[in-house]
Design a protein around this ligand. Sequence first.
Ligand code: SAH
Ligand code: SF4
Ligand code: F3S
Length: 478
Amino acid sequence: MYNDNPTLDFKIANKTIDESKQGEVFFQEKKVNEEDAKRFYIESYGCQMNFSDSEIVASILAETGYAPTRNMEESDLILINTCSIREKAEDTVRKRLRVFDKIKQERPGTLVGVLGCMAERLKKKFLEEEQLVDMVVGPDAYRDLPNLIAGADDGERGVNVLLSREETYADINPIRLQSNGVTAFISIMRGCDNMCSFCVVPFTRGRERSRDAYSVVAEATALYERGFREVTLLGQNVDSYKWSTPDDSESVNFAQLLERVALIHPDLRVRFSTSHPKDITDEVLHTMAKYENICKYIHLPVQSGNSRVLDLMNRTYDRDWYKERVEAIYRIIPDCAISSDVICGFCTETEEEHADTLSMIEFANYSMSYMFYYSERPGTLAARKYEDDIPLEVKKKRLNEVIRLQNQVSFKHNQADIGKTFKVLIEGDSKKSDQDFKGRNSQNKMLVFPKKEGLKVGDYCEVKVLDATSATLKGELI
Ligand code: SAH
Ligand code: SF4
Ligand code: F3S
């Protein structure tokens, strides 16, 4: 779910996606007169929820006559959708702002807006620290963008970081900015009510709220009808999804929502992220097992394999609970792949406790993990209560051990697929060659295989695995 890389931390996420389609898709959908339109340029960082939010922002801006551009030099409005999850994520944003400053100096009148989690975390302070930023807009305030832009055009620098208990943008039809036309993300909830002690998200995204189940199904149906073949339902903790009609006559939990989306069409794949180990139910697992088109893949972040550290992290489960959930997954869905997030060097973590994280990676047999060292975030429970006492070198050493082990486990996991045949949804050309297609199997593994005439992006095909690295499976069509 996270666009970052374990060794480099956050990379410029936009570089990993196909930007060439932005304009096209936009004009098809909104029919903004290209000649007249003002231009906005948007960069997104952080988790998929942020990318999904940028598509909502694009839709709101389209209503005010703004069309997207890939070229920031020709834009009237530069937006950066920011992440605060680790210090490095914020450093990256500050660096990008220096680049935008230059453009502003060359082209006075260009507006710069900071959106997302860093905007929410720093609020008004951002305008004090960053003299050239025109507006600061939190994740629940995007409907106010047209007002803020109008104000900024008149020279007024604006801030709206109000968090909401209701806003889900359910009525907004997102504009698919970096779309391959096959896979799309749908936010099903916003915010987070878990207070993991290391985490800034509850402060930047506010209280948890679930989106109208009917609007989720309608969005997924519309995507299917437009040719999309895979939707990923997004939330910080999808297992606590709960929506009821205003009169409480009908209520939908996550397993039921999954089923409703799965029933749209057998050819529409359904994925979801992120699952919280304390909340994932057997009902969800049985629903996954029942429908072929619900992908057999669960992102189940463990954070630490040690019960004392998990308690300090306020994750509200312990090692045994987590192991039981992993066993339940493999029992109910034997072909399921599980992935994880891991934090190394949390406050007071000992070598023995770190070893528990290593052994958990082997026990759970993760197909892959996102791995980080602990980065203290101002205002969080951990920042207030515990000393960030593990030296950076030790954090890095532990992270390297985790990465090395996970690479071995991923390699073995992938090697075990050699000789197997998988149903693959074709997503596009492989990175290395336009003679090869790439696509994922149900377990979320990327397969690369030579093209065959008659097959196109968005089709399903059967691919036999011939070779595997720790990152990719190579195969042939059968
Ligand atoms: N809602 C998801 C996580 C969202 S944040 C969940 O509960 O699993 C994505 C990941 O960033 C987390 O899973 C965690 O591994 C990592 N992370 C969050 N805060 C961090 C911090 N302060 N330092 C290092 N990594 C952090
Ligand atoms: Fe952060 Fe925990 Fe919420 Fe995930 S569940 S977003 S780690 S507070
Ligand atoms: Fe996502 Fe980063 Fe915010 S991970 S919720 S964009 S702090």
